[in-house]
Design a protein around this ligand. Structure first.
Ligand code: ZN
Length: 344
């Protein structure tokens, strides 16, 4: 069972200065994978730049040229949170191309699953806007690429970054071939992801939002995965599963208020892997989105690889939250989502 990973030093050249989404994030991950000896157990997948045609599967051409122009001018701020440097355009092309390469490797059977360790992240980027540290929507581009290139008919996206993937939702809102399921803190950035957002036209029901109150921990995530994510995924019968992975649901993360541990993150990955094994011959592609505490980020990525490799000993260097506040009751929320999506 080969597990692939995508990485390239070009991702470090997206220079954001003093910013939570910075190059140290990937440096921390790679050095942790090296120090623990895990990197040697993985199959490297070399990224390539995405073409303009591939980016256009999700983004407006005018927007793509605008990002290129800002890079040529030496970079600058695109919105209040999102900044780029002279090399960010190239890094972003390789980020999208890296997820495409990971997806190809999984579909071609070169590896059974893969994790693309890329930046800039992607799930907030929309058709024509950079947003929330994201330039191009790497996972949405690779998903559209897989639909077109391999004539797939059903792809499941599970987005468990603590923020709602507004850009990914938008890209597939009217597309019944893609089931988008997101767990996220709500209300929180970016403000989208209400239960009522379920897709449009023939795609009604193929967007499933699970907006969770702050304070949810391992037990609450286990409940929503068992009671909502798993049955909806089984009903959809995907041919490939794509996952937007963010470790910002961890209790140490300063950009959100969840209380999930590394053990809890590993459990989420395990549930997704079991779905892939049961529904689509294990075909599973992870993409890195957020996660801003470097220790938690590195540990959660390692735990993800451990689960994908079938290693049973999951290290949790940070343990459970030090000051766990009362978990919110989410039974009424689960009930409302089950009713909205006709889950028995
Ligand atoms: Zn996030």
């Amino acid at each position: 069972m080969k597990v692939g990973f995508v990485y390239d030093p070009i991702y470090l050249k997206h220079d954001t200065g003093h910013h939570p989404e910075n190059a140290q994030r990937l440096e921390a991950i790679i050095s942790h994978l090296e120090q623990t000896g895990l990197k040697q157990q993985l199959t490297p997948i070399k990224p390539r730049p995405a073409t303009t045609e591939e980016l256009s599967l999700v983004h407006q051409e005018q927007y793509i040229s605008y990002i290129q122009e800002v890079a040529q001018r030496g970079g600058g701020w695109l919105d209040a949170d999102t900044v780029m440097s002279a090399d960010s355009y190239d890094a972003a092309l390789y980020a999208a191309g890296g997820v495409i390469k990971a997806t190809e490797a999984v579909i071609n059977g070169k590896v059974s699953s893969a994790f693309a360790l890329v930046r800039p992240p992607g799930h907030h980027a929309t058709h024509q806007r950079a947003k929330g540290f994201c330039l191009f929507n790497n996972l949405a581009i690779a998903t559209k690429y897989a639909l077109a290139r391999y004539e797939l008919e059903r792809i499941l996206i599970v987005d468990f970054d603590v923020h709602h993937g507004n850009g990914t939702q938008e890209a597939f809102y009217d597309n019944p071939q893609v089931l988008y399921i997101s767990t996220h803190q709500y209300p929180h950035y970016p403000g989208t992801g209400r239960i009522e957002e379920i897709g449009s036209g023939t795609a009604k029901g193929t967007t499933v939002n699970i907006p969770l109150p702050g304070g949810c921990g391992d037990a609450e995530y286990q409940q929503v995965f068992d009671q909502i994510v798993v049955p909806v995924a089984k009903r959809f019968k995907p041919q490939l599963i794509m996952a937007s992975a963010g470790s910002d649901l961890h209790w140490t993360d300063e950009l959100a208020l969840m209380q999930v541990s590394i053990t809890g993150c590993a459990q989420i990955v395990k549930i997704i892997k079991e779905l892939a094994d049961e529904l689509c011959s294990g075909r599973l592609v992870f993409t890195l989105e957020g996660g801003y505490n470097l220790t938690a980020l590195a540990a959660s990525v390692k735990a993800t690889f451990d689960v994908l490799l079938g290693n049973t000993n999951i290290e949790d260097p940070l343990g459970q939250p030090r000051y766990r506040w009362a978990a919110p009751g989410i039974a009424p929320l689960i009930k409302a989502i089950k009713e909205r999506h006709n889950i028995a």
